[in-house]
Write a protein that binds this ligand. Structure first.
Ligand SMILES: [Zn+2]
Length: 165
């Protein structure tokens, strides 16, 4: 006879992300809006400007706003902006990646622009970089700040990327 399972074991809960409650969560937001303020203030403004008529979603300690267009994602502190209308696998992986940038902001504060923001946007948008990646079949995530975002995103959200992109 099979051992009777308790009711509790049938409920599958997602793993709790880091700083998901209580004092840790309070410290997370306090730190984002003091040390990380130079990034979060821009994120908040962008959030307010794009708020109406958009889909929003909470992800760990961040808020995601989906904006239509032909683009990817950007993380400005706890405010994440992602392309609307892509498939679920892309959304899943990108959320985790962008959340990695949210955590980088926690560490770097104002230096986020210099260490992450500027290199990342050049690597993403500057035509010679786009050409270089295409020609040499180089992954977007090979740049230090992007690889780092994937790794910290997975670690802090306690979710795995599907490695689809
Ligand atoms: Zn990135």
């Amino acid at each position: 006879m099979a051992k009777k399972k308790s009711k509790r074991s049938n409920i599958k809960r997602p793993p709790r992300h880091v700083a998901s409650k209580g004092f840790d969560r309070l410290m997370f937001f306090l730190w984002q809006f003091t040390w990380g303020l130079p990034v979060n203030i821009i994120g908040l403004l962008a959030f307010l400007v794009t708020y109406r008529g958009r889909r929003h979603e909470k992800f760990c300690n961040s808020v995601i706003t989906y904006i239509p267009g032909n683009w990817g994602g950007v993380s400005l502190g706890i405010f994440i902006f992602m392309c609307e209308g892509k498939d679920k696998a892309w959304e899943h992986d990108t959320k985790i990646h962008e959340y990695g940038h949210t955590i980088q902001c926690l560490l770097l504060g104002v230096f986020y622009w210099l260490v992450i923001g500027i290199p990342s946007s050049i690597w993403c948008n500057f035509p010679p970089c786009v050409k270089y990646r295409k020609k040499n079949n180089v992954s977007y995530y090979s740049l230090y700040c992007e690889k780092w975002a994937n790794s910290w995103g997975e670690r802090w959200s306690r979710q795995k990327r599907g490695k689809l992109i």
